[in-house]
Each structure stands twice: as C-alpha cells, then as structure tokens.
Design a protein around this ligand. Sequence first.
Ligand SMILES: [Zn+2]
Length: 302
Amino acid sequence: MNTVRLRPHSVLATVFALAAAALAQQEPAPPSPKSPAGPAPVAAKEPRRTPAEAKKFVESLGVELIRVDQARTLDTEWGPLELAAGKARALDRYQVLLAEELQALGKPLLQKLELKKVYVCGGMKLAGVTRGATPHASARAMYYDATWGQWSLLYQRRCVHHELFHYLDERDDGKVYQDPAFAALNAKDFTYGKGGAAAQGDDKASLPTAAVPGFLTPYARAGVEEDKAEVFSFLMIDPGYVAARAAAEPVLQQKVDFVRKLVRDHCPEFGPDAWPKAAPTAEPKADPAPGPAPVAPRAKRR
Ligand SMILES: [Zn+2]
C-alpha cells in the first residue's frame, strides 16, 4: 500500500520505497480456481452499463478512466510502473465493473480522495514486481489490472475497494504501515506478519474464514494496513458476512467501527447511510466464473 507524502530523494523516501517494494512482493495471489469456496459470498452484481456508458459514468464522478491499449511506463516514487496493454474485451468488462464499485463509493468520497485518474490495463509491474493493482496517492491515480483474479467477479470487485482503501489510508495521515490504535484492538500477544509474507503463496489467504476471531481472512493478519483494507473491502462487498461475524466477535466489531470512523473522518458525507446494506436474504449464487467464491484483495500494494 502505500506510502505517503514522500519527499523524493530524501532518506525517508528511500526507506519507504524499500518498504513499498518489499510489500509489493507480499500481496497474496488471488485464490485460484481450485481453491475451495469460502463462506457464502453475496451474489455478484451483474454489469448493467455498456463499456461506453461505464466510462461516461466514471468521468461524471470526476475521475478520468484511462484504457491502456498500448504498453506504457510511468515514473513513480517507487520506481518504474510498467503497464501492459489490455485486450479490448477484458478492459470493457473491467470498466463496467469499476463503474459500479466507484458508484458505491460515491462522488463525495472520490472528491475528498481527489482521485483523478484510474488506469485499466492488462498487467503491471512496479519496480519489476508483478502487481494486480497499484494505489498512487501522490499522483491522484489508481492502476488496475483488468485480468487479475478475473475468474471471480466478487474477488475483482473487492480488489477495487481493498486497493482504494490503501489510497485513502495513505492520504489519511501518511502512515500506512503503522496504526497503533487499530493494532491495539487485537489481543495483547498478537503480532502482525511482515506485510503478507506469511500469506504469500497461499491462494486461500484471501478467502474469508472465521478460523481466527477478529480477522476476516488469513491475509488480514499479514499487516495492520492489510487488516484495515480487508475490513473496508468486505464492508463494501459483503456487509452481511461482516455483520454476522462481528455479532459474535467483539474485536471484529471494533475494527468495523474503527474503519467506518476513519472513512467518515475523511469524508463526513460517508455516514451510516452510505455503506452498502447487509442483505440477509441474498442468495449465495455462484460466481459467473467457475472459481472460488469470494475474494480478496489483492494485489499489490505496497
Ligand atoms: Zn493490500
């Protein structure tokens, strides 16, 4: 995830860049199609706009949607960001999905985030490391790989929010990797992993499980920044699952309250009514794609 108002060339910037590069390698792979399904996911939303309508809608939110149909490389404070060209069909599909998720966030929050550009591409490497997405707050931009986890619409939708939370978290106070107040919600003897190292290589790390109370996924235990991003993304995509878990897990409820407050502090308009409502009667319909159900965050971020 992120990073934070870095001063290029400063020692601090170098330290953060190294940390970013390290984390970039720790974001877990999305669950493979062979992973067992996790707890019942909420039914995937079906795209309703045409790609052209989706692009127009995103831009009505004040966000330029940039389709990467020719490879390009951008400079970032962490090194070169190589964006691979996406195939038209994949880009079309993703931009429709993206429009729906940005709509769920709403214009007030997007404006507070000052998110100006979203690139949709066919793959990316940041400083040579493959990623599924990259939040880039200093450039007011997000980059998404339209093919990352494409066998699960739910996973892809949750990725949109997981990554955007990292962007928000960076803009919040610039401290992405430290949040003592949030970390203190955990049991005293709990220690987060090193940014995802423990989950790296585990394609089930992003699947929800109640195996460890207080954590929505194994990946949430990788780092405080990932724990918060997981809570946020599940609140946006599967609030019913979060509500059911939180009702029995006080620590998780406290994390939910913390994340909700953090977002509201950033955008007062994002109050209780702005969050997607739990849908207790939602049918756990299968994903359009044959894979595991739910999702996870994905990718990258530093
Ligand atoms: Zn993350």
